[in-house]
Write a protein that binds this ligand. Structure first.
Ligand code: AMP
Length: 286
């Protein structure tokens, strides 16, 4: 496994792979790798000949007052994980290798970024798109793998790729969860034991809404009120939003009578957690 810290080093390695006729897969991450990231790596391994993982805590996607400085970092453990999982190349750049001084975000995807996390994290998706576009340019992947855990991000990246005609296929991978349903996240490590138990409520309330839908409840406002009440009952929290949206457009639905996605964002203590669940007509989780 090659550990590369420069853009040119990556370009050389991936060019060599392409010349040898190998397809290239990219898994972009911010490190602190867990089983969710590893499921993306495994998909990349299955679908591509040469697997690159990037580890970069992207300052451009954090707003003022967010956790850029405190974001968990474990580069040595991450490299061990990648080695064990058969990764071919890890790109682990310094900030200056990615951004010129004073660079501002350069890519904005409209509409899909306006709802859900958009208003709560101004500029976040511009920062995500800017770094992902750079990574695509540096690595030149045939396929790139993203988690449905960050559902809005996945949709935004797909839109960016379509808008810019980028020659890369975006592969969405299902969320990996703990046995009690909590979606794995690097930020879970910052929860206390009590908060960690409380956090399982996010998945529980979404499943509760899905089962109400299967009983015939289609009024989104009723379902949302019940989910909010469930979150509050689970323990002290601050809810950014609980919404039910169309899975492609992310437009809020008033009636849930077709494919839909429940999406929520909740602060427990100082940790902001997001999660989502796909529901079809009849409320059956997919
Ligand atoms: P991050 O390191 O948080 O930026 O995540 C890197 C990639 O891993 C993103 O595409 C995430 O959606 C994905 N990811 C994070 N957590 C999970 C999870 N629990 N299951 C599946 N994918 C995940």
């Amino acid at each position: 496994m090659e550990v590369v810290r420069t853009q040119n080093g990556v370009r050389e390695q991936t060019a060599r792979a392409r010349v040898a006729g190998r397809s290239v897969g990219l898994v972009p991450t911010m490190g602190a790798l867990h089983a969710g990231h590893r499921s993306l790596i495994q998909q990349a391994r299955e679908q591509c000949d040469f697997v690159a993982v990037s580890i970069f805590v992207n300052p451009m996607q954090f707003g003022p007052g967010e956790d850029y400085r405190d974001y968990p970092r474990s580069p040595e453990t991450d490299l061990d994980v990648c080695r064990r999982d058969g990764v071919d190349l890890v790109f682990i750049p310094e900030v200056a290798e990615i951004y010129a001084e004073n660079q501002t975000p350069t890519i904005h995807v409209a509409k899909l970024t306006e709802g859900l996390c958009g208003p709560y994290r101004p500029g976040h998706f511009d920062g995500v798109c800017t770094v992902v576009a750079k990574l695509f340019d540096i690595v030149g992947p045939d396929r790139a793998f993203f988690g449905e855990k960050d559902y809005q991000q996945l949709q935004v990246i797909k839109q960016m790729v379509a808008d810019l005609d980028l020659p890369v296929k975006i592969v969405g991978c299902p969320a990996v969860r703990e046995p009690d349903g909590l979606a794995l996240s690097s930020r879970n490590a910052s929860l206390t034991d009590a908060q960690r138990r409380q956090a399982a409520g996010l998945y529980r309330v979404m499943c509760g809404a899905a089962s109400k839908m299967s009983e015939g409840v289609t009024d989104a406002s009723i379902l949302i009120r019940q989910m909010e009440a469930g979150l509050v009952a689970a323990g002290p929290c601050r809810i950014d939003y609980v919404k039910i949206v169309h899975p492609d457009t992310l437009v809020e639905l008033a009636q849930v009578d077709g494919p839909a996605r429940i999406c929520l964002a909740v602060h427990i203590g100082s940790v902001r957690l997001i999660d989502n669940l796909a529901v079809d007509e009849g409320g059956v989780p997919r």
